[in-house]
Write a protein that binds this ligand. Structure first.
Ligand SMILES: Nc1ncnc2c1ncn2[C@@H]1O[C@H](COP(=O)(O)OP(=O)(O)OP(=O)(O)O)[C@@H](O)[C@H]1O
Ligand SMILES: [Mg+2]
Length: 264
C-alpha cells in the first residue's frame, strides 16, 4: 500500500511547552483514520500540521513521499479539505456562495457548472435545494455543519481532515452524517483523518483508530484490535467505556454495531 501522509520524528512546541515529541505516523492511501485522545493531547495540532496551518518545530511531514515544506502551500491546501467543529461558514455569504468558495469549484466563465456542482454536493450531504439562498444564521447547527462538509468535499481533495465535525449536533443528525460520510469515503477512496471525542464514533467510522494521550501514540490499529487487544491501560479504559455503552458481555462483543465488522 502507498503511504499518503507520514509524520517523521515530528516535534511541536508552543513556547517552552512540548506538545508532540518524536511523533511518527504513517497513514496509507485510502485509509479512514479516526483520532481519539484526552483533551489538549495535541490532536488538532497534529491535524493542522498536515495542511501547513501549523509548522512542526522539528521533524517533517510528507505527503505522497514529498515533504510539505517543499510543496507550494496554496497547492497543498487545494488538495486537502479541512472541516472543523462549529460553524466556520462565512456569515455574509449564502449556502451556495459558501460551498462554491473553494478554488477548484469557482468557475467564473461557466456559472452553470458551478451551480450544478453546488447542487451535487448539497445533495450528497443531504441539504434541501431550498437552502441554497439562505445565510448561515438561517440554518440549524446540523445544517451548518453539512454546508461545512460540502465545502470541504467540493474541492474534491485527496485528503480530508476533520476536527470533531459532528461535535455540535444531536444524536440523530450525527448518525446520519456518519453514514453519509462513510458512503462518501467508500465512493471516493479519499484518505481521511478524523478527530473525535466519542469512542463509538471512532470505532464505527475508522478503518484505523489512533489513540493518543499526552502527545504520545497509545495505539494505532483497526477498531477490532483496539477493542479486543488494547495496548495500554488508557486504551483499555476506552474499550471498557465502549463495552458499557454496548451493554454486551465480552463474549458477545461482536454483536456491537461496528466491532468485528472491520476487524482484520
Ligand atoms: N497557539 C498555541 N499557543 C500555545 N499553546 C497552544 C496553542 N495551541 C494549542 N496549545 C496547547 O497545546 C495543547 C494541544 O492543543 P490541541 O489543540 O492540539 O489539543 P487537542 O488534542 O485538539 O484538544 P481538544 O480535544 O480539547 O480539542 C493544549 O495544551 C493547548 O492548550
Ligand atoms: Mg482539538
Amino acid at each position: 500500500m502507498q503511504t499518503m501522509i507520514e509524520f517523521r520524528h515530528v516535534r511541536k512546541r508552543y513556547g517552552d511547552k512540548i506538545i508532540l515529541e518524536d511523533f511518527n505516523l504513517s497513514v496509507e492511501k485510502g485509509e479512514f483514520v479516526t483520532i481519539i485522545g484526552s483533551s489538549g493531547c495535541g490532536k488538532t495540532t497534529a491535524l493542522k500540521m498536515v495542511n501547513g496551518l501549523l509548522e512542526p518545530t522539528d521533524g517533517d511531514i510528507l505527503i505522497e513521499g514529498e515533504s510539505i515544506r517543499r510543496k507550494d502551500q496554496t497547492q497543498l491546501r487545494r488538495n486537502i479539505g479541512y472541516a472543523i467543529q462549529g460553524s466556520v461558514l462565512f456569515p455574509h455569504m449564502t449556502v451556495e456562495q459558501n460551498i462554491a468558495y473553494v478554488p477548484n469549484l469557482l468557475n467564473k466563465r461557466d456559472k452553470k457548472k458551478t451551480r450544478d456542482a453546488v447542487s451535487k454536493w448539497m445533495k450528497i450531504v443531504g441539504l434541501d435545494e431550498e437552502m441554497r439562498e439562505r445565510y448561515p444564521a438561517e440554518l440549524s447547527g446540523g445544517q451548518q455543519q453539512r454546508v461545512g462538509i460540502a465545502r470541504a468535499l467540493a474541492a474534491t481533495p485527496e485528503i480530508l481532515l476533520m476536527d470533531e465535525p459532528f461535535g455540535a449536533v444531536d444524536e440523530i443528525t450525527r448518525a446520519q452524517l456518519q453514514t453519509e460520510l462513510r458512503q462518501i469515503y467508500e465512493k471516493t477512496g479519499i484518505t481521511v483523518m478524523f478527530v473525535t471525542h466519542d469512542i463509538s464514533e471512532a470505532l464505527k467510522l475508522g478503518t484505523k483508530v489512533l489513540v493518543m494521550d499526552h502527545g504520545e501514540i497509545q495505539q494505532y490499529a483497526a477498531p477490532g484490535e483496539i477493542l479486543h487487544h488494547p495496548a495500554t491501560p488508557f486504551v483499555s479504559r476506552l474499550a471498557d467505556q465502549e463495552r458499557r455503552m454496548c451493554h454486551l458481555p465480552e463474549e458477545r462483543l461482536d454483536e456491537c454495531e461496528f466491532s468485528g465488522a472491520r476487524a482484520e
